[in-house]
Design a protein around this ligand. Structure first.
Ligand SMILES: Nc1ncnc2c1ncn2[C@@H]1O[C@H](COP(=O)(O)OP(=O)(O)OP(=O)(O)O)[C@@H](O)[C@H]1O
Ligand SMILES: [Mg+2]
Length: 455
């Protein structure tokens, strides 16, 4: 199992985030503390533990400065179940009445898959061995009934030894991949036939129940024979064997436990459910969505297909630009449940320079790698990078401030020519200077209308 984020110290968590996100130290710090507090709570004795509630956080900041990115990176780090939802989607037409409890059901599904994958990894070797034996049984069925030779021990031994030898030879060939072209026939389960598909009445699925699962045992499992190559068959058998080795009940128990004690829900775009209702259109009332969310954030029990899940200790991280509405526009009960507020800073030209070059997924690194596949060595002078950052700030100031997203549009526009030309034109080395940047982009930047469309 990979090291869980909960075992990382706050400083280590920040260091991990630093690999991808420039600046925003306050936000990184509070997220790191909140996460570590989860672990700390787990160490506290029972009675007091129940009393310690998570420090839910609201991240506030303009668009494109790293709010969602912080969440996304946390998700990758976390062995804790993590789910990201747009709060605004609950106000959309088509989601009318869609209950917000689905968030919890989704995160439980996620946790179950996560725990199952971990357990699968743990039994992988064993499952692999068992699959191999089964495959060999198919390739070379055991010798004819020993009973027939019951009285002739010599003969029995002989036949058996011979069979055993052949089997080991086959095993060797199998390992060497010499049988990869061969096909075998296997019994595979048929996913329930369309005739038996049950159209569940509205609402049942929402309850987290699946009629098919409930009725499943009433119908015998159907199987059919399928031909497949040896490697395919091996994979299939490994799957089947590992299913047998894994105790699903234990998986579910652990998954629920993880959601209840370590789950993290990231509520993006929370500002979109704050403030006055638009008063027109078929939008679900924003306040209504907040009222729906409240019990989950406050702590309640949600019915899922795996059983009841308590949300009291789930950590909620909300985020929003809060351009129009303010956190104080949230209903008071909601505000009370998010005691920690962190503001993210607008990004400066200096930040842009670092964002372009430093993160492990920095844009410049991405394009350098893309062009290297065409045999092009792409280089930027220091001046060129500064120029790109400066232009990004300029356009952000003049048109709309979209934060670091501006770097994407500027860089694609800058490199469009090159990206189109190669490999038809052979370019071995493309060194881009500040002058190149200016020449390619000046006209577009200076023409306000043009830059509005292109950059
Ligand atoms: N501080 C930062 N460090 C590195 N990259 C960043 C930073 N801020 C933004 N980016 C880049 O810009 C992109 C957009 O940022 P992000 O999705 O985090 O915006 P946001 O703050 O959630 O904005 P919105 O309010 O519009 O949702 C990210 O995918 C990332 O590549
Ligand atoms: Mg966002």
């Amino acid at each position: 199992m990979k090291t869980g984020i909960e075992e990382l110290t706050p400083k280590q968590i920040v260091a991990e985030l630093d690999k991808y996100i420039i600046g925003q130290d306050k936000a990184k710090k509070s997220v790191a503390i909140a996460l570590r507090n989860r672990w700390r709570r787990q160490q506290v004795e029972d009675e007091l533990r129940e009393e310690i509630l998570p420090n839910n956080i609201i991240l506030i900041g303009p668009t494109g400065v790293g709010k969602t990115e912080i969440a996304r990176r946390l998700a990758r780090l976390a062995s804790a179940p993590f789910i990201k939802v747009e709060a605004s989607k609950f106000t959309e037409v088509g989601y009318v009445g869609r209950d917000v409890e689905s968030i919890i059901r989704d995160i439980v599904d996620l946790a179950v898959n996560m725990v199952r994958a971990e357990k699968e990894e743990a039994v992988e070797e064993k499952a692999d061995e068992m699959a191999e034996e089964r495959l060999l049984d198919i390739l070379l069925p055991p010798p004819p009934d020993f009973n027939e030779m019951a009285n002739d021990f010599d003969k029995q031994d002989e036949t058996f030894a011979k069979w055993k030898r052949t089997r080991e030879k086959l095993r060797e060939q199998l390992h060497l991949g010499k049988l990869d072209e061969r096909k075998v026939e296997l019994e595979v389960p048929v996913s329930s036939s369309p005739m038996m598909q049950i159209i569940s009445p509205m609402g049942i699925e929402e309850m987290g129940m699946n009629l098919q699962d409930m009725l499943g045992p009433m119908f015998p499992k159907k199987t059919k024979k399928r031909k497949m190559t040896i490697p395919e068959a091996h994979q299939f058998l490994v799957q089947e064997e590992s299913q047998k080795l894994i105790d699903m009940e234990e998986v579910v128990r652990e998954a629920i436990n993880r959601v209840e004690n370590a789950g993290i829900v990231f509520l993006d775009e929370i500002d979109k459910i704050a403030g006055e209702d638009s008063g027109h259109g078929p939008d679900v009332s924003r306040e209504g969505v907040q009222r729906d969310l409240l019990p989950i954030v406050e702590g309640s029990s949600v019915v899922t297909k795996y059983g009841m899940v308590k949300t009291d200790h789930v950590l909620f991280i909300a985020s929003g630009a809060f351009h129009v509405s303010k956190p104080s526009d949230l209903i008071p009960e909601m505000q009370g449940r998010f005691p920690i507020r962190v503001e993210l800073d607008s990004l400066t030209t200096e930040d842009f320079i670092r964002i372009l070059t430093e993160p492990e997924n920095a844009l410049i690194k991405q394009y350098t790698a893309l062009l290297a596949t065409e045999g092009v060595k792409l280089e930027f002078t220091k001046g060129a990078i500064r120029e790109i950052a400066k232009l990004a700030s300029e356009v952000n100031d003049r048109a709309e401030n979209i934060g670091a997203r501006r770097l994407h549009t500027i860089l694609t526009t800058l490199l469009e020519g090159l990206l189109f030309e190669v490999p038809d034109t052979i370019v071995e080395h493309a060194k881009i200077s500040d002058k190149d940047v200016r020449e390619t982009l000046r006209d577009i930047v200076e023409d306000e209308d043009l830059s509005r469309y292109i950059l």
